[in-house]
Design a protein. Structure first.
Length: 265
């Protein structure tokens, strides 16, 4: 039911092509983003998605239907549901470079890093390093649309699982929140789920949720929990048990954060 609301959504310069890989972790599927100025000859594709031939060809066809070709491929991070299809997509699209923070996911010599500006036929994207969900997570600011593409750092609904450091993630959220307010951001274009047209409100929710979960983890430890699994069994009782293994990653990040904070105090 939500697919029509997500597939094809976007802004004047960005359009979502939804991958057919729905799951508990990917929500409705991976959002592949096609960006271009209205009269541009070339487009930028962000997160081609999984190695699903039908989806990859559909993204190529979406670009071609606007009488454009793909100039660059950018990755928000290297998880398979976002990046696995990048090499095959580049083949189908005529060989554009694939740029990412992690060299392991690049095709070509150019990477991406903090404060880089990616320009293509009048379109500009600013790169922001936002570790936490993964160590190689990036967000992209599109000033012409006042839009932030967040990958898995912020999702369209629910909250993201952490593979990286909680301290890094909290800093990333605080930074994004300050940036969204200062830049008067109009929308968040996430890697999964619908777009969010109240960026500061969404980021306030994410920050508040993380602080609440951290307090719950501390309470679980005081009550006798010792391992990430024991914490999950106490704190994530409102979450589908099928997601508990993934939740353990987030809890372990929180335990590491609390341990480091104790050592620093």
């Amino acid at each position: 039911m939500s697919t029509p609301q997500i597939d094809g959504m976007g802004t004047e310069r960005a359009r979502c092509v939804l991958a057919p890989n729905p799951s508990r972790l990917t929500l409705d599927g991976t959002n592949t983003w096609v960006l271009a100025e209205p009269d541009a000859a070339r487009a930028i594709v962000i997160d081609p998605g999984p190695e699903d031939e039908g989806h990859l060809r559909r993204v190529v066809d979406t670009v071609a239907a606007a009488e454009r070709r793909v100039g660059f491929v950018l990755l928000t991070h290297g998880h398979p549901d976002h990046a696995e299809g990048a090499r095959r997509f580049a083949e189908l699209a005529g060989g554009p470079a694939v740029r990412a923070l992690d060299p392991a996911h690049r095709l070509g010599d150019e990477g991406l890093g903090e404060d880089d500006v990616v320009a293509m036929d009048g379109l500009e994207l600013r790169v922001m390093e936002t570790p936490g969900h993964s160590d190689d997570s990036l967000c992209f600011w599109v000033p012409a649309d006042r839009a932030i593409l967040t990958g898995d750092t912020v999702l369209g609904y629910g909250t993201t699982m952490l593979e990286g450091s909680l301290g890094d993630y909290m800093e990333s959220l605080d930074r994004l929140r300050d940036f969204a307010a200062a830049a008067d951001a109009a929308t968040i274009l996430p890697g999964h789920g619908p777009k969010l047209d109240d960026p500061t409100g969404a980021l306030d929710y994410y920050i508040g949720h993380r602080r609440e979960r951290l307090a719950q983890v501390e309470a679980a430890l005081r009550a006798g929990a010792r391992t990430a699994r024991e914490v999950v069994e106490r704190v994530y009782i409102d979450v589908d048990e099928a997601l508990w293994p993934a939740a353990e990653w987030s809890v372990q990040a929180q335990l590491d954060y609390l341990r480091q904070r104790q050592m620093d105090s």
